[in-house]
Design a protein around this ligand. Structure first.
Ligand SMILES: Nc1ncnc2c1ncn2[C@@H]1O[C@H](COP(=O)(O)OP(=O)(O)O)[C@@H](O)[C@H]1O
Ligand SMILES: [Mg+2]
Length: 323
């Protein structure tokens, strides 16, 4: 077992009735990073996280946190992890500061130490002014921040953040992102689930895309983008009359389907899925040369990188009904 991995799962399974909510997931999360688990509603994210946090017993496979088995060594795992998310531990009727002090006391801090830690976190999370208000009167963003504060009273080695920004406005999302960055800078490994590509793009070093309980892609953001396609080629011709010909030439040279845009001189093509970025540039270069050889004048040409959104759609399309 590699000691560099904060989390390692092999063939992890959880079944609810005949629903394989988590259907054989392999994960390897390097220590000290934010690892993104990206997937739509019902993909199995929460179920996977709850198994890793020892709250739910797996039906198959293994999961280890810093080498400790989540079933056989659950206490050892529990002492090093913390979970924030859809199941928050804060009490709605208590104020922000009361919640944090109470939880810190439960964790064994002395009264003064608990007060100090609470004040420090409230300050750090921009909640000092709201400290004396009941949590039920907090905004969504404040609520999410107090949840995270509560989960890092004792700095955990691994923090599970289950959709920490779902439903938040852009400003609150940014605040939560800043907190996540601060937590990681402190040395904590964060496993973050999200439905948002931009969130994974902003925070995570590596991403596992999951759908229907399975990992359908895994890697760095760059690798994921490259796995789907190196990009989209946009071409504008001088002469609309040559477009049909250009379409055939591009389709052949790029080995891709070429679309005719509403603009009568414009064409676009998705570059082949398996090609690397460099390969795509070379392919595009050859396509341009071929157009030039045939005397088809190109006024404008660009090769754009796919967004993580395109990656996600392409990956999930493969699994489901074709779009
Ligand atoms: N306690 C449970 N009992 C029965 N089915 C569940 C339970 N928890 C989750 N599921 C089902 O498992 C699947 C995965 O759910 P979940 O892990 O919550 O997905 P996500 O967090 O990605 O939205 C869904 O089909 C969901 O309905
Ligand atoms: Mg969930």
């Amino acid at each position: 077992m590699s000691t560099e991995l904060a989390i390692e799962t092999t063939g992890l399974v959880k079944v609810f009735g005949d629903n394989r909510a988590v259907d054989g997931i392999d994960l390897a999360v390097p220590t000290g990073t934010v690892y993104g688990v990206l997937g739509p509603n019902g993909a199995g994210k929460t179920t996977a996280v709850r198994m890793l946090a020892t709250l739910l017993r797996p039906d198959g496979g293994t999961a280890r946190v810093f080498g400790k088995d989540v079933v056989k060594e659950a206490d050892a795992v529990r002492s090093r992890v913390s979970l924030t998310g859809q199941y928050a531990s804060v009490d709605e009727d208590l104020t922000g500061v009361e919640n944090l002090v109470l939880l810190a006391r439960l964790l064994g801090h002395s009264k003064p130490a608990a007060r100090d830690r609470a004040a420090q976190l409230l300050e750090g999370f921009g909640l000092s002014e709201a400290a004396g208000r009941q949590v039920k009167n907090y905004s969504g963003g404040m609520r999410r921040r107090i949840d995270i504060a509560a989960s890092i009273l004792n700095t955990p080695d691994v923090l599970f953040l289950d959709e920490p920004t779902t439903g938040l406005d852009p400003r609150s999302r940014n605040q939560v992102w800043d907190i996540v960055r601060a937590v990681v800078a402190h040395g904590t490994t964060v496993l973050l689930t999200t439905q948002y590509l931009d969130e994974a793009d902003q925070l995570a070093s590596r991403v596992a895309v999951i759908d229907h309980g399975k990992v359908i892609a895994e890697g760095t953001k760059g690798e994921l983008k490259a796995s789907v396609g190196a990009g989209t080629v946009h071409v504008r011709l001088r002469d609309a009359g040559r477009r049909a010909e250009a379409q055939r030439v591009l389709a052949l040279a790029l080995n891709a389907e070429v679309q005719l845009e509403a603009d009568p001189v414009a064409l676009t093509a998705r570059v082949d899925g398996r090609s690397t970025e460099q390969g795509a540039a070379e392919q595009a270069g050859r396509a341009l040369a071929e157009l030039a050889r045939l005397g088809i004048t190109v006024d404008n040409f660009s090769l754009g990188q796919p967004s993580l959104d395109e990656v996600f759609l392409a990956l999930t399309d493969k699994k489901g009904v074709a779009a």
